[in-house]
Design a binder for this molecule. Structure first.
Ligand SMILES: C/C(=C\CNc1ncnc2c1ncn2[C@@H]1O[C@H](COP(=O)(O)O)[C@@H](O)[C@H]1O)CO
Length: 267
């Protein structure tokens, strides 16, 4: 029933700038966007943007690394799960992501995701269900954004590259569920880090032969076929169909991960 003496329910759409929340602000600005904006050095009115503001931004970036390292300091063995922000509860894709979170949790791993909706939420939900640590590293975006309710350690990052450092530094493996540009970006960053031996310990697992198979075929035919990558590079990717297979690959790459000296789960 309407109550004319009360103000209308507010628009609750929410934007974040790092830890700061804004409502009723339709701006598409984000901190990343300010950092990456090109500023013409010949424009005297904007010169301060390059000479002063960019230099000072370094301190904010530094503080985000410090906060991220602090937030993650208690994380033991963990697996980072990537996947579409768009899949919905009730779908097969969502159930697979929940099952993946559960299987990783049951095997003793903490689960790290981007903290958002879709496959991230589902994997956090599965991990949370098993009592495993469920971590969400969210990112400031130019539209409404919240950390999903199944995250028990969460952080909201301003900068994509700081957040990506946390995904890699605190995980023993990456598992990619079907996804779009964001998932592909995260997958190829991981692949490049392993290929260039910046990280050495990483299995990268793709779940969904049907979804990823075409990409693997293309990588083999074009990139390998035309000498853009080496023979072993394709083998960095493990293609599976089920959550259980994914966990087996993670475990076999790091048999002691998730266990203490007596072989007990460490969570
Ligand atoms: C588009 C929608 C929500 C966006 N919210 C996100 N929150 C946190 N992390 C995100 C979000 N969107 C993308 N990511 C990151 O990229 C991967 C998923 O991207 P994709 O393009 O959907 O594959 C994911 O792993 C995150 O790290 C829904 O309204």
């Amino acid at each position: 029933m309407s109550q004319p003496d009360l103000p209308p329910t507010p628009d609750t759409s929410t934007n974040y700038a790092g830890p700061i929340m804004f409502r009723r602000d339709p701006s598409e600005e984000t901190t990343d966007r300010h950092l990456l904006a090109w500023v013409d050095p010949r424009d005297p009115g904007l010169r301060v943007d390059r000479t002063v503001r960019d230099s000072w931004r370094v301190l904010r970036i530094q503080s985000e690394f410090v906060a991220g390292f602090d937030a993650m300091s208690d994380v033991a063995e963990a697996v980072t799960v990537f996947g579409s922000a768009r899949i919905k509860p009730g779908t097969e894709a969502y159930r697979l992501a929940v099952r993946l979170g559960q299987a990783l949790g049951e095997a003793g791993y903490a689960v790290i995701t981007g903290g958002g909706p879709g496959a991230m939420e589902a994997a956090n939900r599965g991990a949370y269900d098993t009592g495993a640590q469920s971590i969400g590293l969210n990112i400031e975006l130019p539209f409404e954004q919240h950390i999903n309710p199944w995250v028990d350690v969460g952080m909201n990052f301003r900068y994509f590259f700081v957040r990506k450092t946390m995904f890699v530094k605190y995980a023993q493996a990456f598992v990619c569920l079907p996804g779009g540009f964001g998932t592909l970006d995260e997958l190829f960053e991981a692949l490049t880090l392993v290929q260039t031996k910046k990280v050495g310990r990483f299995p990268i697992v793709l779940v969904g032969r049907d979804y990823w198979g075409g990409l693997i075929d293309w990588l083999r035919e074009r990139l390998l076929g035309e000498g853009m990558i080496s023979d072993g590079d394709i083998d960095l990717l493990h293609l599976v169909d089920t959550a259980e297979e994914a966990v087996e690959i993670v475990k076999s790459a790091c048999p002691t991960c998730g266990k203490d000296d007596d072989g007990r789960l460490t969570r």
